[in-house]
Design a binder for this molecule. Structure first.
Ligand SMILES: C[S@@+](CC[C@H](N)C(=O)[O-])C[C@H]1O[C@@H](n2cnc3c(N)ncnc32)[C@H](O)[C@@H]1O
Length: 227
């Protein structure tokens, strides 16, 4: 389960932070989260196809969508969701569907997306477990969920410590347990998850929703003879 879980709702803070967000976030990536971000982007590149349906939940200023479109993904297949109008306004140049909404109550049908991403947003919500349940719900069988988040891992050095303190002081996020999060995902029917190693107070997790039919065919139940 999630460690040091605080029930604070931070959505309003991002409304105010929007004009400064890219600058502050760039600093976080440079000093603490860069490896986890690179791991997440590598996963998304490996999994994405030009016509798949992708949801970026907690999209912020739309960094991931801009990158994917620049790399050839069709904008029609991308949906961006965020509760902050000021953050969504910063995505105005991205020609994709934008929806104001929250991770804890995603306005989509079950299994609506091939790939769901949630990048540095799960740790900002009051109830990460509920948000995770929703993120997994909208992944189609055979699809995947990629997460990057602030993790409750030992700091590597002074820069890590300072970035962690700055984030806690601003109150814009919390630090989640990576092992707890993997366990939570695997407690959902049909999901398997693994953490991608990276250093510092950040983590990347890939969760896959197994396709029930494929699994039934490829893993026949073997009855062992009793001695
Ligand atoms: C640290 S930013 C990450 C933005 C973006 N994913 C990125 O990689 O730069 C966190 C984002 O989560 C959004 N957020 C806060 N509370 C949320 C909620 N309950 N549901 C969905 N998004 C939320 C904020 O508005 C903000 O845009």
């Amino acid at each position: 389960m999630f460690a040091r879980h605080s029930r604070r709702d931070r959505a309003g803070q991002y409304e105010k932070l929007a004009p400064r967000y890219d600058r502050l976030h760039h600093r976080w990536l440079r000093h603490a989260g860069g490896e986890a971000q690179a791991a997440l982007e590598a996963l998304v590149r490996a999994l994405a196809t030009s016509d798949m349906k992708l949801l970026d939940a907690g999209c912020g200023t739309g960094h991931l969508a801009r990158t994917l479109i620049a790399e050839g993904m069709r904008p029609k297949s991308i949906t961006l969701l965020d509760p902050s109008e000021a953050m969504l306004a910063r995505c105005a140049d991205i020609p994709v569907l934008k929806i104001k909404g929250r991770l804890e109550a995603l306005p989509f049908e079950d299994g609506a997306f091939d790939l769901v991403t949630c990048v540095w947003a799960l740790e900002t919500v009051p109830d990460p477990h509920l948000a995770l349940t929703e993120l997994c719900r909208v992944v189609r069988p055979g699809g995947a969920l990629c997460l990057a988040f602030c993790a409750d891992e030992p700091a590597r050095g002074l820069a890590d410590c300072l970035m962690r303190q700055a984030l806690l002081y601003r109150g814009t996020g919390q630090f989640l347990s990576c092992a707890g999060l993997v366990r939570d995902i695997e407690s959902f029917d049909g999901f398997e998850a693994r953490a991608i190693p990276s250093q510092g107070p950040a983590a990347t997790v890939l969760a896959r929703r197994t396709d029930a039919l494929v699994q039934a065919v490829s893993r026949p139940k073997v009855e062992l003879e009793k001695p």
